[in-house]
Ligand binder design. Structure first.
Ligand code: HSE
Length: 307
């Protein structure tokens, strides 16, 4: 194996009621990465296509995540990485997570898979720490495991893969502004009221139950965030209109993707997801906001080898 080319999926973290603990991987949007094993020690990011990001290993999320794996592996050589960055940084769909997850997944393949997926998540979390000051796992876990994942606990790290109903589709619109995760975390309060807690864990439990039971109605009823969304949504153009119109167009529910500014909606079936996309597009076109939009199934594999 001379080199490995991988697809690194974009992810939706939080999924409304699961701040820092819930995420899902997307199928139709992600980065590509080429990883080569070398006899030269260390990690070198040799090229980044599409975005202006640091090449220095210690300043690059893929480099930092890769170094964490390399140190634990005992392998005496190194790796070279080329990143074709298709997910815009600061978009809210797990740009840094895709690079971190892709690097450690590919390196693990080269070394004969000495590490479990859980360990790969731990390495990739070092990239998240560099990107956002916090080693959150709700993007890297679905990027590595695929599907929906729940971070039941951070210490010790405990990741629970959650099944995905087969007709579930995500629509994601990205207004063309950049919001750094570190900035959008700074504006959050550090405490919540008992009332907010009760609403949030009721919904999170409902969403998980809905995913297990293929109960689309229950998934829709549970897609609410009473804690983070009211604060972060003020940074996102026409958030309330996009969300209201998405639900009117048939979405089960809608909310902020990760730390924003992307907005996601979940729908039953591709036809409704496409109608939801049309409503989102129209809302932004009417007020002159530029955007990217994606319609995607949930990716069940996570990072994968491509030709
Ligand atoms: N849970 C993280 C946050 C995800 O919302 O800050 C960032 O993509």
């Amino acid at each position: 194996m001379e080199e490995l080319k991988v697809f690194c999926p974009a992810t939706i973290a939080n999924v409304s009621c699961g701040f820092d603990v819930l995420g899902l991987a997307l199928d139709s949007v992600g980065d590509e990465m080429i990883v080569r094993k070398t006899s030269k020690k260390g990690i070198r990011i040799t090229k980044i296509i599409g975005q202006d990001l640091p090449l220095e290993t210690k300043n690059n999320v893929a480099g930092v995540a890769g170094l964490a794996l390399l140190e634990k592996s005992g392998y005496d050589g190194g790796f070279e990485i080329v990143i074709d960055k298709r997910i815009k940084p600061g978009s809210g769909i797990g740009s840094s997570a895709a690079s971190s997850a892709g690097a450690v997944w590919a390196m693990n393949e080269f070394l004969g898979r000495p590490f479990s997926k859980l360990e790969l998540v731990q390495f990739a979390m070092q990239g998240e720490k560099l990107a956002s000051d916090v080693a959150h796992a709700d993007n890297v876990a679905p990027a590595i495991f695929g599907g929906f994942t729940l971070v039941r606990s951070y210490e010790p790290l405990d990741i629970i893969p959650i099944p995905t109903p087969s007709e579930l589709y995500a629509t994601v619109i990205h207004p063309q502004i950049e919001i750094k995760t570190s900035d959008s975390r700074k504006i959050l309060r550090t405490t919540i009221s008992m009332q907010q807690g009760i609403q949030q864990w009721g919904n999170l439990g409902g969403l998980i139950a809905g995913l297990f039971q293929n109960d689309y109605e229950l998934i829709g009823r549970s897609l609410h965030d009473h804690i983070v969304e009211p604060i972060r949504s003020i940074l996102i153009p026409a958030f309330d209109n996009i969300k209201t119109n998405a639900v009117k167009a048939g979405a089960l529910g809608s909310g902020i993707s990760g730390s924003g500014p992307s907005i996601f909606a979940l729908s039953k079936g591709e036809e409704i997801a496409t109608r939801v996309a049309d409503s989102m597009k129209e809302t932004y076109k009417n007020i002159g906001v530029d955007f990217d939009i994606h319609i995607s199934k949930v990716n069940s594999e996570g990072v994968k080898k491509i030709d």
